[in-house]
Write a protein that binds this ligand. Structure first.
Ligand code: ATP
Ligand code: FE2
Length: 341
């Protein structure tokens, strides 16, 4: 039997990802990410990267799945939110493939894909702490929609970490490098002495909302003063920023009465953040669900996964009508009508 597979395209920011799913199982998940040694992400350059990488990533996905183009029955793609030039590459590729293969397109919301793919961990009705570069939100399903219970009031936690890392002369992405520096201290000193490396930093949370720009300014000033070790700053950055996220997530669990916490987004790859979430969940009798790192970071599999769910609910645009599809760079999680639940 042919035409059983959904192909998903992710291109919202730094990653061009292609995933293939069949009946809720991930058959392929390939990607190529834009990285820099020094500066941050430049949207048009990231888009250029995606344009160059797409054919190869697509080929690799088909190979990994062991299928032919003709076996694909729909193309799902991230319609937003994200960077305009990057989204346009994804849209263009989706249209090109839909036309070539004569199959429908399923446009979908990137943030909700992060959440829905969490089903694979066994989470049924979770609160999701979505901590990525551009986004930091506490999302849960309530009364027909995915609602945002709390979010960053300025920049995403990943962008905050990346900006500080760039300022300190590290490249992009900075999250893993900051984590390495923070871990260095753990390797160096006993647990009881960790506190002496902790530098007090501004802690900013209002209800379930958080903010990072004050913390960023403060860290930059501390770095410039040359009075602190970069390892200690990295360690304190993580302890402070992650404590804010965990506090917001805990409030959302209490507020919604739900007892599952699901992690999503690239920053959720951080082992210390996972540990802090686990401690909080244990204390309140909730269960923590952490997807594989390949599914936490931007990836095509989550797009294909949600695409299949939506296609099964008959949400699609036939290949003859693809001209009407556009990108939605600023689409918010709670604007999406969840017709598939
Ligand atoms: P979105 O479009 O959903 O905002 P994104 O484009 O930022 O996502 P992700 O892959 O979800 O992409 O997340 C990337 C972010 O994750 C970067 O800011 C990166 O520094 C951060 N990150 C990756 N690994 C770690 C880690 N181990 N610790 C902290 N941050 C990390
Ligand atoms: Fe993402």
């Amino acid at each position: 039997m042919s035409k059983q597979y959904i192909l998903g395209i992710e291109s919202t920011a730094h990653t061009l990802g292609i995933g293939i799913v069949k009946e809720g199982s991930i058959i392929a998940n390939t990607k190529d990410s834009y990285v820099t040694e020094k500066g941050g992400i430049i949207p048009v350059e990231a888009a250029r990267h995606h344009a160059k990488a797409k054919e190869d990533v697509y080929k690799r996905a088909l190979e990994e799945a062991g299928i032919k183009e003709g076996d694909i029955k729909a193309i799902a793609f991230s319609q937003g939110p994200g960077l305009d030039p990057c989204l346009l590459e994804g849209l263009g590729f989706a249209k090109e493939l839909a036309k070539k293969l004569n199959v429908p397109i399923v446009p979908l919301n990137h943030c909700i894909a992060h959440l829905e793919v969490g089903r694979l961990t066994g989470a049924k009705d979770p609160v999701m702490l979505y901590a990525s570069g551009a986004n930091t939100q506490i999302i849960a399903y309530a009364a027909g929609k995915y609602r945002i219970f709390g979010e960053t009031l300025d920049i995403g936690v990943g962008n905050f970490i990346d900006t500080f890392a760039r300022y300190a002369g590290m490249g992009f992405p900075g999250g893993p490098r900051i984590a390495e520096l923070a871990d260095k201290i753990k390797g160096e000193v006993d647990k009881e002495k960790l506190g002496s490396h902790y530098i007090e930093l501004p802690y900013s949370i209002k209800g379930m909302d958080v903010a990072f720009s004050g913390l960023l300014t403060n860290l930059k000033q501390k770095l410039e003063s040359n009075k602190y070790r970069i390892e200690d700053l990295a360690f304190s950055l993580q302890e402070t920023a992650f404590a804010m996220l965990v506090e917001a997530a805990e409030r959302a669990l209490a507020h919604t009465g739900k007892n599952e916490l699901l992690l999503g987004g690239g920053v959720a790859c951080n082992k210390r953040l996972q540990e802090m979430c686990r401690i909080m969940c244990n204390e309140r009798g909730a269960k923590l669900f952490v997807p594989e790192p390949e599914l936490l970071q931007d990836n095509g599999a989550m797009i294909a996964f949600l695409g299949e769910i939506m296609l099964n609910a008959r949400i699609k645009i036939d290949s003859a009508n693809t001209g009407k599809i556009d990108i939605k760079p600023r689409e918010r999680t709670d604007e999406v009508e969840v017709k598939w639940k």
